[in-house]
Design a protein around this ligand. Structure first.
Ligand SMILES: Nc1ncnc2c1ncn2[C@@H]1O[C@H](COP(=O)(O)OP(=O)(O)O)[C@@H](O)[C@H]1O
Ligand SMILES: [Mg+2]
Length: 422
């Protein structure tokens, strides 16, 4: 029975189908100890069929991934790439700067968004994977349809299938009425399968079947319902590795990861830190109805050097905490206790920031060195490289002058005009 009018078979299905066949071929070859001629012929035939299928895919389908992974042109600067994204009305509910790793991820997301291809987002916890899923949904053709999130790690195994696919009244104890699952709710929209690496193996089989057929069966029902949900999954695990260890189905991995987007950890994009801090300070000030925070020098140094194991989520929490606890200026004491540096480390930070302010002295010194060098160079030119003459003119001890010349790497011979013989 068809519950819905399913849209035209999408490119996701054809492309993912081909991917899966490639996978089957790969595993056949990988596990083969020795192959007889007829088996080789059979595999060759399968390869030929596959090639024909690929050739039948549209240009767009064949090249979408290649173009999504395209390296940006060398001549394009990060600032231009960022600007270009913004000018293309790219929807992003946060901030981003010119970090090349994040820009690359956003460019892939932007290319993938209008297709129905499955996307796998990977990255450490708190890096913005869920935000990235929203970006993919918001920039695609399904933007005004629902985006339904399921956290596969937060639902007990026994309830997961009912949550995903729904259930029929009486399917199990407690199933007092028919219930729609998340896939049905995401019909014509996007389903976001968060923490997909936590999905138990038996649910993986069922999910794979759904992805292959675009049909679901509510738990306890044998009726197939067609659903058309674009799948975006996220994980903080290395799914490829898990699948090699047998903890995640390889065929499901390949089906989900037609396009893979990696969100870099905050420590690899510290250049975005000032932007993010500013963003969260303003956001927190609005929420808490206060003026935006300012930071003591030590705290600023601490936040700049901290490694943020919890990534952007941790940074956001820290800024909210500071905005709540501090008056006008936030300091080290306002940090959560578990990350607050020891008294000794705080002293060290204060020392570091002192040397920071001492850097003005450094700037002065280097400017005066520069002036001294220029003075000596022009003097040497005037006296035609004669050090004794220069020492006399500027009234300086000769050996002191030699020391200064050495310090600046100046060689008096270089200032002697070449003598042309008559
Ligand atoms: N570039 C960004 N700009 C603003 N906020 C961001 C950005 N990236 C992540 N965040 C915020 O950081 C928090 C964690 O992001 P989330 O997408 O939940 O991470 P993950 O799913 O990887 O654990 C969220 O509050 C999110 O809105
Ligand atoms: Mg998350």
């Amino acid at each position: 029975m068809k519950l819905y009018n399913v849209r035209k078979k999408s490119s996701a299905i054809s492309c993912a189908g081909v991917m899966e066949k490639v996978e089957i071929l790969r595993s056949t070859l990988r596990w083969a100890n020795n192959l007889e001629r007829p088996e080789i012929q059979k595999l060759l035939n399968q390869c030929n069929t596959l090639r024909d299928e690929v050739m039948q895919l549209s240009h767009k389908e064949r090249f979408i991934e290649a173009s999504a992974q395209r390296q940006p042109e060398k001549s394009e600067s990060e600032a231009q790439r960022r600007q270009a994204l913004l000018e293309r009305s790219f929807v992003f509910e946060g901030v981003f700067g010119e970090n090349p790793k994040l820009l690359a991820a956003l460019e892939i997301a932007e290319k993938a968004a209008p297709t129905d291809l499955p996307v796998l987002i990977d990255g450490e916890s708190g890096t913005g994977k869920e935000l990235m899923a929203k970006v993919i949904h918001a920039n695609g053709s399904r933007a005004d349809m629902p985006l339904i999130s399921v956290n596969c790690g937060a639902i007990p195994d026994s309830l997961l299938e009912s949550e995903l696919f729904g259930h029929k009244k009486g399917a199990f104890t407690g199933a007092s009425s028919d219930r729609k699952g998340k896939f049905e709710s995401a019909h014509q929209g996007t389903i976001f399968l968060d923490e997909i690496g936590e999905l138990p193996l038996q649910s993986q089989v069922k999910l794979l079947r759904v992805l292959q057929s675009n049909e679901i069966q509510r738990v306890g029902s044998d009726q197939a319902l067609e659903v058309d949900a674009r799948v975006v999954a996220a994980t903080n695990k290395n799914l490829r590795q898990l699948s090699q260890q047998g903890a995640f189905r390889e065929d499901l991995f390949y089906r989900l990861s037609v396009i893979q987007v990696t969100v870099p950890p905050l420590r690899e994009r510290k250049d975005e830190l000032p932007l993010l801090v500013d963003y969260f300070c303003t956001e927190a000030a609005e929420r808490l109805n206060r003026t935006p925070l300012t930071f003591s020098k030590s705290l600023e140094a601490y936040l700049r050097n901290y490694e943020y194991p919890g990534n952007i989520r941790e940074l956001r929490n820290i800024i909210y905490r500071l905005s709540c606890l501090a008056d006008a200026t936030a300091d080290i004491v306002h940090l959560p206790e578990e990350i607050r540096p020891s008294a000794a480390a705080t002293k060290q930070l204060a020392f570091m920031t002192d040397t920071d302010s001492g850097s003005l002295a450094d700037i002065k010194k280097s400017a005066s060195d520069q002036a001294e060098k220029q003075y000596l160079e022009s003097g040497l030119r005037e006296v035609n490289g004669k050090v004794i003459e220069l020492a006399r003119r500027i009234d300086m001890n000769r050996s002191h002058l030699q020391t200064l010349l050495k310090k600046h790497g100046l060689n008096s011979k270089d200032f002697r005009k070449s003598v042309t013989l008559p």
